[in-house]
Each structure stands twice: as structure tokens, then as C-alpha cells.
Design a protein around this ligand. Structure first.
Ligand code: 5RP
Ligand code: FE2
Length: 219
């Protein structure tokens, strides 16, 4: 299992401190939510943020691109030091080409589906990807409530990778806390993004440890 704290709800004026906290707590990835105000109604940050984070953390930078036509920025994010680039299937008519561009740039490629998008939409790219992100809230904002109906997508993806020659991790993102992480782990998820649960608390490092313990002790 991997824990991926999202900096979306961190204190931007003390970002280095907040990144250090989750690294100390044993996080595996740092999740970077890139939003353009078009694909989603919110605006966050771009490749400049990835470049700024790169020298201050050893954590893999897991970039969730919520932007229209993400192929325009793949080279820039790769150059900035992204380790994983996860693209929305809804954000481009050329998802196969875009994912190939990510791989050609030497970066791990992920594909993500909105809650309203069926898995059928990503069926043809499953052999290509290193990660499938099942969004468990509507994209755009932290602190929303987990949508339980998304668990069936996680289960189906887990079945598909067991019966085919697929090598992707299943990542869940949105509303992950001590309760919802258990149901996601039981459904087959491997990577858990967590924003407000970690950064909404006084001690982010302990929150990361708590989530890891919950999954480790859950049968
Ligand atoms: O992609 C996202 C929103 O679009 C965020 O990664 C996600 O919502 C994390 O925040 P929280 O754990 O507070 O739900
Ligand atoms: Fe995200």
C-alpha cells in the first residue's frame, strides 16, 4: 500500500514545512492536484510548483492533472520532475496518444475517471498504464464526502488486472479517512490519496501513520 498526501489543503505559505511533515510520517507519494479553472471550477498550480517541490522532498511527485488538453503540458511537467502524470480520460479526445507521450517522456502514466464516467471509457488504455485513479469525489475541491458507489469500480479494476496481463496500481482519491480507507483497501485499492484528513489536523505526520496502521491491521 502507498499513502499519497495531497498538498491541496496544505498551508501554501508554509509548504516546505507541510511537505516535510508527511515525509516524516512515512508518506510514499506527494499528490499534486493541478487545476486549470476550465476542466474543473478551481485553479491551483502548474509545472512551476512541481519544480519547486522537487529539490525539497524525496517523495515521488504524483501529479493529478485536472486540465483541458493535458498533452500540451506533458513535456513541461516531465522536465519539472514529475514522477507520475495522471490524465483524465474526459480531458482529451486523444487519451491513448497522451498516455504514450507521458511514457515517452520517461514518466509513469496514470489515467483517471470522474465519478460519472464508466470504466468502459478506459478499457483500451489499461494495458498501457502504470496507475488507474478512481476519483471518489467530484474533481475540483478538497474536503468533500466519499462516494461509496465508486467501490464497485475499484473491485472491477482489481478483477480485470487479475485476469489480464495488466500492471497498474489502483489509486483512490477524495474523502479518504480512517473509515473509507478500509473499504477501499478491501475492494483492492493500493494507493490512497488523502488531503483534508491529513492537513486538516494539527499533526499531519501522525495522520499518515494512523492511516497506514488502519490498513495494516485490517483483515
Ligand atoms: O483530486 C482532488 C480533488 O479534485 C483531491 O486530490 C482530493 O479531493 C483530496 O482531498 P480530500 O482528501 O480532502 O478529499
Ligand atoms: Fe487529486
Amino acid at each position: 500500500m502507498k499513502i499519497a498526501p495531497s498538498i491541496l489543503n496544505a498551508d501554501y505559505a508554509n509548504l516546505a514545512r507541510d511537505v516535510q511533515a508527511v515525509e516524516t510520517g512515512g508518506a510514499d507519494y506527494l499528490h499534486v492536484d493541478v487545476m486549470d479553472g476550465q476542466f474543473v471550477p478551481n485553479i491551483t498550480f502548474g509545472p512551476g510548483m512541481v519544480a519547486a517541490l522537487r529539490p525539497i522532498t524525496k517523495l515521488a511527485l504524483d501529479c493529478h492533472l485536472m486540465i483541458e488538453a493535458p498533452e500540451r503540458y506533458i513535456a513541461e511537467f516531465a522536465k519539472a520532475g514529475a514522477d507520475i502524470l495522471t490524465l483524465h480520460v474526459e480531458s482529451t479526445p486523444h487519451i491513448y496518444r497522451a498516455l504514450q507521450m507521458v511514457k515517452d517522456a520517461g514518466v509513469k502514466a496514470g489515467v483517471v475517471v470522474n465519478p460519472g464516467t464508466p470504466l468502459e471509457m478506459i478499457k483500451n488504455v489499461l494495458p498501457l498504464v502504470d496507475q488507474v485513479l478512481v476519483l471518489t469525489v467530484n474533481p475540483g475541491f478538497g474536503g468533500q464526502k466519499f462516494i461509496p458507489a465508486m467501490l464497485s469500480k475499484v473491485k472491477r479494476l482489481d478483477q480485470l488486472r487479475q485476469t489480464n496481463d495488466y500492471h497498474f496500481d489502483i489509486e483512490v482519491d477524495g474523502g479518504i479517512n480512517e473509515q473509507t480507507i478500509k473499504t477501499c483497501a478491501a475492494a483492492g485499492a493500493d494507493v490512497f490519496v488523502t488531503g483534508s484528513y491529513v492537513y486538516g489536523a494539527a499533526a499531519p505526520a501522525q495522520q499518515v501513520q494512523k492511516l497506514r496502521n488502519v490498513v495494516a491491521t485490517h483483515d
